[in-house]
Write a protein that binds this ligand. Structure first.
Ligand code: ADP
Ligand code: MG
Length: 470
């Protein structure tokens, strides 16, 4: 029928607009290298890839010992951790608590810097009280506890333990915190909650934490990538390649001649990126229009909503999706990336999981098997574009540091953290096969993508340990 034809047209237009042939991926990788170069050239330059100097010049080497705390704020939940490092490269103990952040503290009228940091410090204080006596201070509260703070938003770092928020991303919009030193804000809130015997020894980003975790376990780790609510990457750069580094490396106490760079690649944009009308609408209605273009094509916060927008379009062109009430279909973020993942992996003969998700999340019932197949294909198109673009970014970083070329015999490890990579098998497989496609089989055999589970949280404790002042 013409109904089916109209829906099929929407899907085939989507397939064309989202195509990522080898030539496109190669151009994206090259453009990523160009933006990385531009970002390293000058502070506050025009590059959308900020290439933030992290002040992390020494990654943990496995010899660290003692109990360290970490806070991980950056996505949907925040985590509080205590880890005990045994020396000899081992994590002897790891206690973690996950706390959901109330939406009213992420954006809107109640979302002030004071309220947000107060909430975080209060959860931290509660956790520290519960861990009291178990963390090796003998319960006398005398020992200064050290905390690594993972704050996964673009920060202009001023030292290893201070930095000012450049802007929010993802679902956060706490306006009065922009320009503020986030460690000072946290430390003030900690004092208010009686955490006087705890100091923030390191301010890092989830990518840097993941890189630290990766290199703690494997010396050949050269880069780290986050594929969760948002996306970002960090890597180890030689200091002489960082033109904008204002103080000479010696003044930074740098003996390694290397520096971790937090790329903030989520801000990457390029005419080579394949985008659609759905991406444009999503961007226009987002908290940060015109920004984080690459992130909006790739990360978990957005994939579900892109799929929803395509389904909405189909519902306006045909009656295949129930044809009735579209209230839910017009509601942003009702369909999540975990929903997309479950539909994409549905292996029941009648696509029962797709039917369930459509009913439960969108109130769409009575679809034909053919329509449900179409929904799976939409998930596949959107996830495939995401995974292939993420792979192109990784190839860009490898090219930037001269890794993964034909004659390169070294092992290279990229540590990855984030729920999208961890839980979405088809995404992960597609990303890995695209890397092989881009690098060639031989070079890809020396490239290892390793899941660094909760690398962002553990990494903050590891960097705090590496920069411990006691
Ligand atoms: P964050 O990025 O918030 O620190 P995570 O790394 O845990 O946290 O990633 C959470 C994100 O991962 C979610 O926003 C979601 O988009 C994505 N995710 C979680 N579970 C799945 C899943 N089963 N399939 C696909 N994506 C998932
Ligand atoms: Mg995270």
């Amino acid at each position: 029928s013409s109904d089916v034809e109209a829906a099929k047209r929407v899907v085939s237009d989507l397939r064309d607009a989202c195509a990522t042939p080898a030539t496109t991926l190669d151009a994206v990788a090259a453009a990523m290298v160009g933006e990385m170069d531009a970002g390293l050239a000058a502070e506050g330059g025009s590059s959308k890839v900020k290439m933030i100097v992290t002040f992390v010049d020494a990654l943990p080497n496995g010899g660290e010992e003692g109990s360290f705390y970490a806070l991980d704020l950056g996505g949907t939940n925040f985590r509080v951790l205590r880890v005990r490092l045994a020396g000899g490269g081992g994590v002897a103990e790891r206690v973690a608590r996950e706390v959901p952040i109330p939406h009213r503290l992420m954006s809107g009228d109640d979302a002030t810097s004071e309220n947000l940091f107060d909430f975080i410090a209060s959860a931290l204080a509660e956790f520290v009280a519960d861990e009291e006596g178990r963390d090796g201070d003998g319960g006398d509260g005398e020992r200064m506890r050290e905390l690594g703070f993972t704050f996964s938003f673009p920060v202009r770092q001023t030292s290893i333990a201070s930095g000012k928020l450049i802007r929010w991303t993802k679902a956060f919009a706490v306006d009065d915190a922009v320009g503020e030193d986030v460690v000072a804000a946290l430390q003030a809130a900690m004092s208010k909650h009686g955490l006087h015997n705890m100091r923030v020894s390191a301010l890092i980003n989830d990518t840097v934490g993941t890189l630290a975790t990766g290199s703690y376990y494997d010396d050949d780790t050269v880069a780290a990538v986050i594929l969760g609510t948002g996306t970002n990457a960090a890597y180890i750069e030689s200091t002489n390649a960082i033109a904008k580094l204002s103080s000479p490396p010696a003044e930074l106490g740098n003996s390694s001649n290397t520096m971790v760079i937090n790329t903030e690649w989520g801000g990457f944009d390029s005419p080579f990126l394949p985008t659609t009308e759905y991406d444009q609408a999503l961007d226009a209605e987002s908290l940060n229009p015109g920004e984080q273009t690459y992130e909006k094509l790739i990360s978990g916060l957005y994939l579900g909503d892109i799929v929803r927008r395509v389904l909405l379009k189909i519902s306006t062109k045909s009656s295949l999706l129930g044809g009735g009430d579209t209230d839910l279909l017009t509601t942003r973020f009702v369909l999540t990336t975990p929903d997309v993942s479950s539909m994409h992996h549905d292996e029941t003969p009648d696509l029962a999981i797709v039917a369930d998700k459509l009913a439960e999340k969108l109130n769409i019932r009575g679809t034909s098997l053919e329509t449900r197949r179409m929904v799976v294909e939409i998930c596949d198109i959107v996830a495939t574009r995401s995974a292939r673009l993420a792979a192109a970014g990784i190839v860009g970083i490898l090219r930037k540091i001269g890794r993964g070329g034909a004659g390169d015999e070294r092992r290279s490890v990229v540590a990855v953290d984030g729920g999208l990579f961890e839980h979405y098998a088809k995404f992960r497989q597609c990303m890995e096969s695209t890397l092989e496609e881009m690098l060639g089989e031989e070079a890809a055999a020396r490239m290892f993508i390793k899941l660094a589970n909760d690398g962002s949280g553990l990494g903050a404790a590891l960097v705090a340990a590496a920069y411990s002042q006691s």
